[in-house]
Design a protein around this ligand. Structure first.
Ligand SMILES: Nc1nc2c(c(=O)[nH]1)N(C=O)[C@@H](CNc1ccc(C(=O)N[C@@H](CCC(=O)O)C(=O)O)cc1)CN2
Ligand SMILES: Nc1ncnc2c1ncn2[C@@H]1O[C@H](COP(=O)(O)OP(=O)(O)OP(=O)(O)O)[C@@H](O)[C@H]1O
Length: 178
């Protein structure tokens, strides 16, 4: 029953985000990125997990470039089987599974991040993440032996007033949207 609710809510949020991404996307991206940057500076984070955005996600590429100029370490997901590892952001990016772009593989030892900025499709009552349903972020955080600060980011808030999440779903410490 709950799984049906979850997948219906996921579909609804995807529709909402796709719709929202057609209107003032530039403004929403800019506003959200400004807030993210302020948050990073205020808390003095140095090693940051970001992501290579898809069209309905907040475009964090300008933020990535600015953070790199400021000599912060920016990592992005590199999909491996049912989850991902972290690689340092660098060009070129190559299109992979699900149309996701990624930098080349890197063989450095596991980097430790103090902040993880995570794109979400939706959130439930408990501020737990609803993603595309593959469980990759869930597995990534479950397998970490420390807990970074987690920020969820989204173009337009899509939050349910019901509990839809499962035990393994990751929970936000902060939400930043436009
Ligand atoms: N930008 C970004 N990178 C990410 C994720 C993400 O959510 N966003 N991931 C989070 O786990 C991982 C990739 N996992 C994914 C799993 C499924 C789909 C997916 O089902 N995509 C839809 C298309 C979405 C669209 O309409 O654009 C599909 O393939 O049908 C996407 C990413 C790692 N990298
Ligand atoms: N720590 C874990 N270990 C094993 N399986 C897991 C774990 N976390 C999630 N899963 C599995 O992943 C699948 C997808 O989970 P869920 O529906 O919560 O995805 P999601 O959080 O919406 O998507 P995603 O994290 O990919 O964006 C589920 O079948 C779940 O059993």
């Amino acid at each position: 029953m709950k799984e049906n609710h979850k997948s219906d809510f996921r579909k609804l949020c995807i529709k909402k985000l796709e719709f929202s991404s057609h209107f003032s996307k530039y403004y929403k991206d800019k506003k959200t990125v400004e807030k993210l940057e302020e948050f990073i500076k205020l808390n003095n984070f140095k090693n940051i997990l970001l992501y290579i955005p898809m069209s309905m996600e907040v475009d964090v590429l300008p933020l990535i470039n600015r953070l790199r100029k400021a000599k912060l370490n920016v990592f992005v997901p590199f999909m491996v089987k049912d989850s991902f590892k972290l690689v340092k952001y660098r060009l070129p990016l190559k299109k992979k599974r699900f149309g996701i772009r990624e930098p080349n593989n890197s063989f450095c030892i596991h980097p430790k991040v103090d902040l993880a900025i995570v794109p979400v499709v939706g959130m439930d009552k408990e501020w737990k993440r609803i993603g595309f349903g593959k469980g990759m972020y869930d597995r990534f955080f479950y397998r970490l032996d420390y807990k970074p600060t987690i920020v969820f980011t989204q173009l337009t808030l899509c939050k349910s007033n019901e509990k839809l999440s499962n035990k393994y779903d990751i929970q936000a410490d902060f939400i930043i949207t436009s």
